[in-house]
Design a protein around this ligand. Structure first.
Ligand SMILES: NC(=O)c1ccc[n+]([C@@H]2O[C@H](COP(=O)([O-])OP(=O)(O)OC[C@H]3O[C@@H](n4cnc5c(N)ncnc54)[C@H](O)[C@@H]3O)[C@@H](O)[C@H]2O)c1
Ligand SMILES: O=P(O)(O)OC[C@H](O)CO
Length: 344
């Protein structure tokens, strides 16, 4: 009988209540990717039940307006084991318990899986600051970059660095060619974990790795995270190309040049980075996103429509966000750098 209590469980051979030394997992984010990863982790904690506690908590932001009497997303997930808004039609395992309280989900967790759009990270970190258990660590599945600006100087920061600074915990990253719906359906894919300490990296591998979700671990964490963030810009370029009716060859050129540009960018800021471009977070994510991702889809629809980007995004994704910084400016700058715009 699996233990339902987060920190205590009954010894199998007696009725003695003992402290549970297994790791408790919290997922922070109940969107498309958060719900899909709940499908993975909800199962792995059961197959690795000597290492992880069987109940996974999942924070889902309650975005209901005052007076809205419909159930929260968390209540809906707990009642139906489905997230109809962000991941309709897929069953979330019943040992994943959702809550609208960030603190309830996280305060006793040993491992936090952060999986919200990057805009949400600062607020979440400020609510969790000083409230986590000793020795906890985090893994960010959020794809994006943050920046600070001082005296007109803009500095790029990794989101994992923001999390580490704000929460005082080590933060690894998990990136890869991972369309949420396919992952939730159990279709095969790979992902890359970028970690600072291999101890945490290996523990995270145990948590995520399944025969259909293959994990490889590297300490090249900056490159892993930047590959995950920058591919969104390339995906927008691919979507613009599709919207303009350009051909497959153009898209291949965009992907090739996008990979080169990503490598240059990473090596400029992190000269000691290595080999990561051929991992799932590199070339594989570029291909997946440039064919099957939401950023590509929104960019294509934007070119074909006369509506502003935000309106197109809302219409197409029905409340979900395309990730990362899908600014046309980023993409045009990139196209100009590579002079792709001259060819068609
Ligand atoms: N969807 C995918 O296939 C996929 C795959 C890999 C990585 N990712 C990355 O995962 C992250 C989350 O993506 P997603 O697809 O789950 O997004 P989503 O738009 O589906 O997620 C929305 C969820 O985040 C919450 N949210 C939205 N804005 C917020 C804010 N400002 N503060 C707090 N919570 C907020 C919403 O309430 C909702 O629960 C993104 O960075 C994305 O790049 C997504
Ligand atoms: O649908 P997108 O464009 O947000 O991409 C989803 C994933 O990042 C693909 O790995």
């Amino acid at each position: 009988m699996p233990c339902q209590n987060f920190d205590y469980c009954f010894n199998n051979n007696s009725d003695e209540l003992r402290e549970d030394s297994r790791k408790k997992i919290a997922i922070v984010g109940g969107g498309n990717w958060g719900s899909a990863i709940a499908c993975v982790v909800g199962k792995t904690v059961k197959t690795q039940d000597d290492v992880f506690q069987p109940i996974v908590s999942m924070w889902c932001r309650d975005s209901r307006k005052p007076g809205d009497t419909t159930p929260s997303i968390a209540d809906t997930i707990n009642a139906t084991h489905e997230n109809p808004k962000y991941l309709p039609g897929r069953r979330i395992p019943s040992n994943v318990i959702a809550t609208s309280s960030l603190l309830d989900a996280c305060e006793s967790a040993h491992i936090l899986i952060l999986v919200v759009p990057h805009q949400g990270i600062p607020q979440i970190c400020s609510e969790l600051r000083g409230k986590l258990r000793e020795g906890a660590h985090a893994v960010s599945l959020t794809k994006g970059i943050s920046s600070t600006s001082e005296n007109d100087v803009i500095r790029m920061q990794l989101i994992s660095e923001d999390i580490e600074k704000a929460l005082g915990v080590e933060c690894s990253v998990l990136m890869g060619a991972n369309l949420a719906g396919e992952v939730a359906d159990g279709k095969f894919c790979e992902a890359t974990i970028g970690c600072k300490s291999l101890e945490n990296g290996e523990e995270l591998k145990m948590l995520f790795d399944t025969p259909n979700f293959r994990i490889r671990v590297t300490t090249d964490y900056e490159a892993v995270e930047l590959c995950g963030a920058l591919k969104n810009i390339v995906a927008c370029a691919a979507g613009f190309a599709d919207g303009l009716g350009w051909a497959y060859n153009v898209k291949s050129a965009i992907i090739r040049l996008g990979l080169l540009e990503t490598k240059k960018f990473v090596e400029h800021f992190y000269p000691s980075s290595h080999h990561t471009y051929f991992e799932s977070c590199g070339v594989a994510d570029l291909i997946t996103t440039c064919y099957g991702g939401r950023n590509r889809k929104v960019a294509e629809a934007f070119i074909k429509s006369d509506k502003p980007l935000q309106a197109v995004e809302q219409e197409l994704l029905k409340g979900q966000s395309a990730q990362g910084p899908p600014t046309a400016q980023d993409v045009f700058e990139m196209l100009e750098i590579h002079e792709i715009s001259r060819y068609p």
